[in-house]
Design a protein around this ligand. Structure first.
Ligand SMILES: Cc1cc2nc3c(=O)[nH]c(=O)nc-3n(C[C@H](O)[C@H](O)[C@H](O)COP(=O)(O)OP(=O)(O)OC[C@H]3O[C@@H](n4cnc5c(N)ncnc54)[C@H](O)[C@@H]3O)c2cc1C
Length: 378
C-alpha cells in the first residue's frame, strides 16, 4: 500500500489517537500508523485508569487540570457513557512516613488530612497498627479508558482520518515532498510526522536520523485479587495508596482489587510481562497494610511507563528535523493528560496559540519542548 496525507501519526495508544483526533479537526488529512494488529495493546491497555490532580510534576498537574473539562463534559456524540466516575484516593502513611504525608497535604490541592480512625471508617480492613496518618483526595476520578480511546478513534474516523494497523514504521526518510515512512504495510508520505510511539519514541526518532532524547521505559506491575467477602464490600472503597508510592490498590468491578507495588524497573521497549518476584512483593505489601489475605492472584500483567530524564512530557517540534513533532514521555500520566496534551500538540503543529484551557493554568509550554533534552544523552 502507498498513501499520502498531510500528517502521519505514529502509534495507536492514547497519545496517538487523541492527537490524531485533534489534528483532524482542522482541514489537514491525518493518517495513523500502528505496529500491532490492534490499537491500545501496549501501555494504554494496561493502566490503572485513574485521574489524579495531585500527581506528578507541575507540568503534568497543569495538563491534567486543563483536560478535566473534556473528561467531565466530552464533545457531543464522543461516547455513550460518562468518561469518568467518582473514586477518591485515600493516602496512607505508616510510622516514619509522617513528614511525607505532611508534604503531600500541604502541596496538594483539595487534599484533606484525615485521622486514622476516619480512614479506617472508609476502609475497615486497613490494619490499625499500619496507619500513622492519612489524607483524602475526594476529587480523583476513575477513567473509562476504553470509552476514551474508542471515542477518539470513532471521532478521528468521522473527521476523515485513516488508521492502518500492522504498519510498523521501519524507516523514516525526509525527501523534498516530506517524510516517507516505510512500514510493514507499505509506504506512506506526509510533510509532518508526529512521534507518539510510547516506549519506542526514541527508536522511531532514530529511524529519522535523530539522536535519542533519553526516554526510559519503566515496568509497572499490577495484579487482580479478590476483595470481596463477608467482612467487606470493597466496591465503594476509595483507591488506597501508600504516600511513599510503594503500593496502591483500587476497587474494580465484581468485588476485585487491582493491586500494584508501584515498581519502576527500567526496561528496553518490549511487550512487557510481569516478574514473579514483583508479583510476590505486591502480595506482601498488600497483606502488610490490609487484614485481607490474598488467597489467589487471579490475573497479573505489566506495562511500561516511559519517562523523559526530567519526568516531564515531550511535546513540540524537533529543531533538528523539519516536520518532526514529538508527543512522548507520558510516564504514569498518559491517560489523564491525553485530552490537554492532544489539544496542545494540535495547536503547536498548526502553529496556533496555546489553547486557553492550558494557558489558564499558567503552564509555560516551553518546559515541554524537546529542545531541553537535545544533546543531553551521551
Ligand atoms: C500499570 C500501569 C498503570 C497506569 N496507570 C495510569 C493511570 O492511572 N492514569 C494515567 O493517566 N496513566 C496511567 N498509566 C500510564 C499510561 O498507561 C501511559 O502513560 C499511556 O498509556 C501512554 O500512552 P502512549 O500512547 O504514549 O503509549 P502506548 O499505549 O504504549 O502506545 C504506543 C503505540 O506505539 C506503537 N508503536 C511503537 N513503535 C511503532 C512503530 N515503529 N510503528 C508503528 N507503531 C509503533 C505501539 O505498538 C503502541 O501501540 C499507567 C501505566 C501502567 C503500565
Amino acid at each position: 500500500m502507498t498513501a499520502s496525507a498531510d500528517i502521519i501519526v505514529i502509534g495507536g495508544g492514547i497519545a496517538g489517537v487523541s492527537a490524531a483526533y485533534e489534528l483532524a479537526a482542522e482541514p489537514p488529512s491525518v493518517l495513523l500508523l500502528e505496529a500491532e494488529d490492534q490499537l491500545a495493546y501496549h501501555s494504554t491497555g494496561r493502566s490503572a485508569a485513574m485521574f489524579i490532580l495531585n500527581y506528578g510534576p507541575p507540568s503534568v498537574r497543569a495538563l491534567t487540570a486543563a483536560g478535566r473539562a473534556f473528561f467531565e463534559t466530552p464533545p457531543e456524540g464522543f461516547c455513550e457513557h460518562p468518561l469518568v466516575g467518582p473514586r477518591g484516593i485515600l493516602a496512607v502513611a505508616r510510622t516514619g512516613q509522617e513528614a511525607g504525608m505532611e508534604a503531600f497535604v500541604s502541596e496538594g490541592q483539595g487534599v484533606e488530612a484525615m485521622s486514622p480512625e476516619a480512614a479506617l471508617a472508609k476502609v475497615p480492613l486497613l490494619r490499625q497498627e499500619y496507619l500513622a496518618a492519612a489524607a483524602y483526595e475526594a476529587d480523583a476520578r476513575e477513567i473509562d479508558v476504553h470509552a476514551l480511546h474508542s471515542g477518539y478513534v470513532k471521532g478521528l474516523k468521522a473527521r476523515g482520518g485513516r488508521i492502518v494497523t500492522r504498519a510498523r514504521v521501519q524507516g523514516l526518510e525526509r525527501r523534498a515532498a516530506g517524510w516517507v515512512a516505510e512500514t510493514t504495510a507499505g509506504s506512506f508520505t506526509a510533510p509532518v510526522v508526529v512521534d507518539a510511539a510510547g516506549a519506542w519514541a526514541d527508536e522511531v526518532a532514530a529511524l529519522a536520523g535523530l539522536d535519542p532524547l533519553g526516554l526510559v521505559p519503566k515496568r509497572r506491575t499490577a495484579i487482580i485479587v479478590d476483595g470481596s467477602g463477608e467482612a467487606c464490600d470493597s466496591s465503594a472503597w476509595p483507591v488506597v495508596a501508600d504516600v511513599g508510592h510503594s503500593w496502591y490498590f483500587k476497587p474494580e468491578a465484581g468485588g476485585k482489587l487491582l493491586v500494584s507495588p508501584g515498581d519502576e524497573t527500567p526496561m528496553p521497549p518490549c511487550d512487557i510481562r510481569p516478574d514473579e518476584l514483583d508479583i510476590a512483593m505486591t502480595v506482601e505489601r498488600f497483606e502488610q497494610a490490609m487484614d485481607l489475605p490474598v488467597r489467589r492472584v487471579e490475573h497479573s500483567w505489566a506495562g511500561l511507563r516511559t519517562f523523559a530524564p526530567d519526568g516531564t512530557l515531550i511535546i513540540g517540534w524537533d529543531p533538528r528535523a523539519e516536520g518532526f513533532f514529538w508527543l512522548a514521555g507520558q510516564g504514569g500520566y498518559g491517560i489523564q493528560t491525553a485530552p490537554a496534551a492532544a489539544k496542545l500538540a494540535a495547536a503547536l503543529v498548526a502553529r496556533r496559540p496555546v489553547p486557553g484551557s492550558i494557558a489558564e493554568t499558567g503552564l509555560d509550554v516551553a518546559v515541554l519542548a524537546p529542545d531541553r533534552l537535545i544533546g543531553s544523552v551521551s
